[in-house]
Design a binder for this molecule. Structure first.
Ligand SMILES: [Cu+2]
Length: 109
């Protein structure tokens, strides 16, 4: 009987670890009327930020210009784009085609 408990115990451990991996936090930023909403968002390290273009016609992007990163793909209405933020810091961004559209992601431990 001694060996039979190992399987269930390992399975329980697997479920625990799988549950932790699935507990990824996603924060949402909407894009409407040529604005990021909210324009400033504060998240914990490891958070996935998802931008969703809620416009009817206008396409937008997310560009972290100061970091020298490539512009996101253009988001057509209904499209979304994600970035995971692992390190604490202040990440300013703007929209590629609309430089006046600005936002900030603040990552705080
Ligand atoms: Cu835009």
């Amino acid at each position: 009987m001694g060996g039979t408990a190992t399987g269930p115990a390992l399975f329980a451990l697997f479920l625990l670890l799988a549950g932790q991996a699935a507990a990824e936090t996603v924060a949402h930023v909407a894009i409407n009327r040529n604005l990021f909403d909210p324009a400033r968002i504060t998240v914990s390290p490891g958070t996935v930020v998802e931008w969703l273009n809620g416009e009817k016609r206008t396409s937008h992007s997310v560009l972290f210009e100061k970091e020298g990163l490539a512009e996101s793909e253009r988001m057509l209405p209904g499209d979304s784009w994600q970035r995971t933020f692992d390190k604490p810091g202040i990440y300013e961004y703007r929209c590629g085609p609309h430089p006046e559209m600005r936002g900030v992601v603040e990552v705080v431990p």
